[in-house]
Write a protein that binds this ligand. Structure first.
Ligand SMILES: [Zn+2]
Length: 453
């Protein structure tokens, strides 16, 4: 059986913290919600009781009791405005039917696993469960940690024409070499000598640093096998050689030259931190304003559901019950950032087999026509080739650990469009990939398997 169950473990770890909504095993329709009224006093995550009939809602159609499967129209109910942070379920006046959230006892699960791969997975799961921004996996230096907890509270403006020119040129030449960038800048300096700002044209290194600062890009590096088998994280963190290919983790030249005293990893991979990037999006008034879309759209949809008992038509994630259910449960609050992660591989050269894997974060707070734009895509990590990673979990773990730590501790944000400080919780709504890549998220056998697992 070719199941990579370790990722399943990661997903389960998130189940523990990030409530997810079960699909309906009998079909692809989600348990269309029954919208009752008025919200029952409280029940925190209910396994909803068989909904007794009464649609106490004024207007539209009297609703018979719980519709069986292919099921239709729910009944609306009073839907007070979305509450502020900390709102409780029921504040919306809508109750919907869904299966109970799985109750997973991680300690019990850890003790009960016996297969080696599952034991490895549980090491990852437990590390996610206790993730913290200042632990050894996070690898955040003091400056980065301080900035995460105290985001800058002023907009970044660039006035110098030379600096603007540098950034524009750099972005225009994104597929060209550094030499090309430097040549273009040198020509500009020569031809426009004496022009205002020409002395501020930046070198390739400086413009990269400036853009990284502007977009709040912070990276961390972790050791990996030179053959891309795995990353030295989680259960592999203390190993000195790859358990899959036997190659040493350390640079042999430096190791021998220092008589075994200096251990430097032969290879590292890069993870780009999610928290600072989200803080960067809110630091720009325009993107902060655009990220209001999710909240405003949700308000409209809930209002429509309240009035008509049904969702107008599904053309956005905000109209799915994976999302709306979490909002109604109070798991997603107005200031929260809702995320999707997507992973894929890329062959970097036509003439050479060189796989590179990467994943990106997508903030679903933006409107659908903006959240997939390059300017709003948040890079997650790059897993260099030449080979396909054999244990993808060990690479994904770093980014997931950072996310889990932010979920535990909250992300502080300065919203430039309203000039307010707030705490945002991050909600991972979807993990996506193409057909072959999905196995790394869900632990199934993939498109070639006869059975799912
Ligand atoms: Zn290896």
């Amino acid at each position: 059986m070719l199941v990579d169950i370790s990722m399943l473990g990661l997903v389960k770890a998130h189940c523990d913290r990030i409530p997810r909504y079960d699909y309906n095993p009998d079909g692809d329709k989600l348990p269309p919600c029954h919208l009752l009224s008025p919200p029952p006093q409280s029940p925190p995550h209910p396994s909803p009781p068989p909904l007794p009939s009464p649609p106490l809602l004024p207007s539209p159609p009297p609703h018979p009791s719980p519709p069986p499967h292919p099921s239709p129209p729910p009944v609306p109910q009073a839907c007070p405005p979305i509450p502020n942070q900390g709102g409780e379920q029921g504040d919306y006046g809508l109750v919907y039917e869904r299966r109970a959230r799985p109750d997973i006892n991680i300690n019990h699960l850890t003790q009960s696993v016996v297969l080696p791969k599952m034991q490895e997975a549980m090491v990852f799961v437990n590390a996610l469960h206790h993730a913290s921004l200042d632990d050894a996996v996070s690898k955040l230096d003091n400056d980065t940690l301080h900035r995460l907890c105290n985001p800058p509270q002023e907009c970044l403006s660039i006035d110098s024409p030379g600096t603007k020119y540098s950034i524009k040129t750099y972005l225009t030449l994104e597929h060209s070499s550094q030499v090309a960038y430097q040549s273009v800048c040198n020509v500009a300096k020569r031809n426009f000598a004496g022009a205002p700002g020409v002395e501020d044209i930046l070198s390739s290194y400086s413009v990269e640093k400036l853009i990284a600062n502007y977009t709040s890009i912070q990276t961390v590096e972790h050791d990996m096998c030179p053959d891309t088998c795995l990353a030295y994280t989680g259960p592999f963190a203390a190993l000195e050689e790859c358990p899959l290919c036997g190659i040493s983790r350390w640079n042999q030249e430096k190791l021998h030259a220092s008589h075994g005293c200096i251990k430097v990893a032969t290879r590292k991979f890069t993870t780009i931190l999610l928290g600072p990037q989200i803080q960067g999006l809110y630091r720009d008034p325009q993107s902060a304003q655009e990220m209001q879309y999710l909240y405003e759209q949700t308000q409209q949809i809930l209002e429509q559901v309240r009035q008509t008992g049904e969702i107008p038509g599904v053309d956005d994630v905000t109209m799915g019950w994976d999302y709306l259910g979490a909002v109604l449960d109070g798991d997603i609050k107005p200031d929260d950032v809702v995320l999707m992660v997507s992973m894929d591989s890329a062959q970097l050269y036509n003439s050479k087999a060189l796989d590179c894997w990467m994943y990106i974060w997508i903030a679903l707070n933006f409107p659908p026509d903006k959240c997939y734009r390059k300017a709003h895509i948040l890079p997650g990590s790059f897993i260099p080739g030449p080979n396909k990673p054999k244990n993808v979990d060990s690479f994904l773990f770093v980014g997931m650990h950072h996310l889990a730590a932010l979920q535990r501790e909250g992300l502080r944000i300065w919203n430039a469009s309203h000039n307010v400080n707030l705490r945002s919780d991050l909600y991972l709504l979807f993990t996506t990939a193409d057909g072959p890549g999905l196995v790394y998220w869900d632990g199934m056998v993939g498109h070639r398997g006869k059975n799912g697992c």
